[in-house]
Design a protein around this ligand. Sequence first.
Ligand code: FE2
Length: 333
Amino acid sequence: MTMTVGRTTESSGTSSRAGTDVERIVLAPAEAGEVERLLDQLLGVARSRDAGSLAEEVRPAAEGLPLRLRQFLVRARQRESEVFLVSGLPVSTDLPPTPENWAAAERTGAGLREELVLLLCGSLVGDPFCWSTQQNGRLVHDVCPAPQAANSKTSASSLTALSLHTEDVHHPCRADYVSLFCLRNPDAVATSVSRIDDAVLSPETRQLLRQDRFRFHPDDSHTGTAARPSTGPVLFGPAAQPYLRFDAEFMSGLDDAASAAIGETEDSLRAAATGVVLKPGDLAFVDNYRVVHGRRAFAARFDGQDRWLKRINLTRDLRNSHRTRDVRSRVIG
Ligand SMILES: [Fe+2]
């Protein structure tokens, strides 16, 4: 995989863009202080609410975030920015140890303040939602290496690379954005991203990828029987700037030509991949329709200081899932 680490540029107190790379805003200390004060106000409410009603509470509260941050996030949503990053967000100085797995985080409620940071910023980009089949239906996920999952094909892996993928590729209501807030990353493990616009594909392959010749399966992070495979194209939408649905590990071609196209697309996306190293206080948004993401393999420490991210799925309109079901809920499944 061709990977350049750290192609973003930073400039304190400003927003920036480096070529076609990651768009980033770096909060000034005074702006981070504004976020801290908002968190202080919300923390009591957060402790007494379930995740669904907390999400309702957080959206209007997000109007209290620094103006420059709000403008950055709203503009990124408006112009469908592909990968964008907020740096300099507050992370607790007394952060508890990295949990040994997501279930441990659920039990202890570790990192609630950081979950609020993610929900506040995320709510300006989309509506948070979750899956009943993933992490026990939690709205905010914990991404941390688990010893028992070191070689799995889930975000709890470490010794195995997470190949480039669309989040929850099997489902028509999958996220518009995946958001990742970094609490710890001591070994500078990069998140890889690859844009469909950077993939070099022949016109014949592009045409084939637009046909309903692919089956998409639930990935291994989904448990139970509620998650089902679906069939459709890999590419769709505007020809010049197509949308993408791809996860070579959890999809199959319905015929030999379609299977070959999966291999060609995977090679091309790998060749175009870039690495983004998230540091504590960095919040990344990845457009799940224009960019695939993954993570390189690494040796986890399992000492309470491992890489730890909080993650939420964001949709641009919750109603898209409501109209396919008989309930209104942020939990799909
Ligand atoms: Fe993912």
